[in-house]
Design a protein around this ligand. Structure first.
Ligand code: NAD
Length: 315
C-alpha cells in the first residue's frame, strides 16, 4: 500500500520505519527542514530495540508536496498544533479515496480534519506505542505497543476501510485492533495526559513524585471529573473512580513507570517546545464552554502551562 506519514517526528518515524520494513511504499512528509534533509542524505537512523538501523525511504518537506506524492493512506502524526497546517499543505495529495488516520493524542482533532477530508475517509484512534526524537534524522524506538482505531462515520464502507487499515498496520507488527468504543479510549488516554502531562510539567516532577504528595488524588479526581462531564455531553460515559484508579496504579503510584517524566515535561522543560495543552485540557475547556460545563481545574492548568511556555520562550 502507498502510505504517507504526515508528521515524521518520533512516532511518524516509528510507524514509517515499521511499515516500510513490511514492504509498504512509505513516504515521510514533515515540516522540519534539517530532519527531512538528514533523512534524504543519509536515511532514517534509528536505535530500534537496541539495534542501530538505517532505513532509506523518501522524505519530503510538507511545503513541497505535489500531486505525485498521492497515496492510499495518510497517517497523521504531527503535534496537535501543527495539524491544520499539515492538512493544508497536503491538499494536493488528498483525493476522493484517500483514507486519513489520526493517532494524535488529545481530543477533537476530527473537527479540524473534517475541513480537509470527507468524513467517510476519516479514521480516528490512539496508540500505546512510544518513540523519541534524538536529533535530525535520528529516533529511538523501544518496547512494544498497540493501536486502536475506528471509522468516524458508521457506514459499511467506512467500517470496511477501517478493517483494511487494521490489516495494513498488523502486517507491520503494529498490533492494531478495530475498536467499537474508540471515543471512550481516546477520552481515557486524554484523562491520563490531561493529568500527568500538565501537572508534572508545572511541578517539575516525575509522576511518582507528584503521586507522593497529599493533594495528588484530589487534583487528579477533579480534573477527571471535568473530562467526564464534558464527555457525557458527547454520549461518552466515563467512570471517574475507575479512571482515577487507572491513573493511580498505572502512573503515579507505580514505582517503575512513575519514574517517567511525561512527554509534555520533556517537550517544554527539556526541549523548549510548545505543548499540546490546548488540545488536551484546553479542549475540555472549549467543550465545557459549549456545553455549559464549568472546567476550572482544566482552565487553570492550561493557563499555567501557557505562562510557562511564555516564560521559557518556547517555540
Ligand atoms: P514529535 O515532536 O517527535 O514530532 C512532531 C513534529 O515535530 C514532527 O513534524 C517533527 O519533525 C517535529 N519536531 C520534532 N522535534 C523538533 C525540533 N527539535 N525542531 C523542529 N521540529 C521538531 O512528536 P511525536 O512524539 O511523534 O508525537 C506525535 C503525536 O503522537 C502527538 O500528538 C503525541 O502526543 C502523540 N503520541 C506520542 C507518543 C510518543 O511516545 N512520542 C506516544 C503516543 C502518542
Amino acid at each position: 500500500m502507498k502510505i504517507t506519514i504526515a508528521g515524521a517526528g518520533a512516532m511518524g518515524s516509528r510507524f514509517g520505519l515499521m511499515l516500510h520494513n513490511a514492504g509498504h511504499e512509505v513516504v515521510l512528509v514533515d515540516g522540519w527542514k534539517d530532519h527531512v534533509e538528514a533523512i534524504q542524505k543519509e536515511g532514517l537512523k534509528a536505535n530500534f530495540n537496541g539495534e542501530e538501523v538505517i532505513v532509506k525511504l523518501p522524505a519530503l518537506l510538507q511545503s513541497e508536496v505535489t500531486e505525485s506524492a498521492t497515496s492510499d493512506l495518510i497517517i497523521l502524526f504531527t503535534k496537535a498544533m501543527q495539524l491544520e497546517k499539515m492538512l493544508n499543505d497536503l491538499k494536493p495529495v488528498i483525493h476522493e479515496k484517500t483514507k486519513v488516520l489520526c493517532l494524535l493524542n488529545g481530543i477533537g482533532h476530527e473537527e479540524v480534519i473534517e475541513q480537509f477530508v470527507p468524513k467517510e475517509n476519516i479514521f480516528i484512534g490512539n496508540t500505546m506505542w512510544t518513540a523519541g526524537m534524538e536529533g535530525p534524522g535520528r529516533v529511538k524506538l523501544f518496547g512494544s505497543g498497540t493501536v486502536a482505531l475506528k471509522n468516524l462515520v458508521d457506514t459499511d464502507d467506512a467500517k470496511k476501510g477501517a478493517l483494511e487499515i487494521v490489516e495494513v498496520l498488523n502486517s507491520a507488527g503494529l498490533n492494531a485492533n478495530y475498536s467499537e468504543n474508540i471515543l471512550y479510549a481516546i477520552y481515557k488516554k486524554a484523562c491520563v495526559n490531561g493529568t500527568m502531562n500538565g501537572l508534572c510539567t508545572i511541578l517539575l516532577s516525575n509522576m511518582y513524585e507528584f503521586g507522593s504528595t497529599t493533594d495528588a488524588h484530589m487534583i487528579v479526581e477533579n480534573i477527571v471529573k471535568e473530562f467526564a462531564e464534558v464527555a457525557k455531553n458527547e454520549n461518552i460515559e466515563i467512570n471517574v473512580s475507575e479512571i482515577v484508579e487507572y491513573i493511580e496504579s498505572n502512573c503515579y503510584n507505580c514505582k517503575t513507570i512513575g519514574l517517567h517524566y511525561p512527554s509534555m515535561y520533556q517537550d517544554l522543560n527539556k526541549n523548549n517546545r510548545l505543548t499540546e495543552i490546548d488540545y488536551i485540557n484546553g479542549a475540555v475547556v472549549r467543550k465545557g464552554e459549549k456545553y455549559g460545563v464549568p472546567t476550572p481545574y482544566c482552565a487553570f492548568l492550561t493557563a499555567l502551562v501557557h505562562c510557562k511556555e511564555q516564560i521559557l520562550g518556547a517555540k
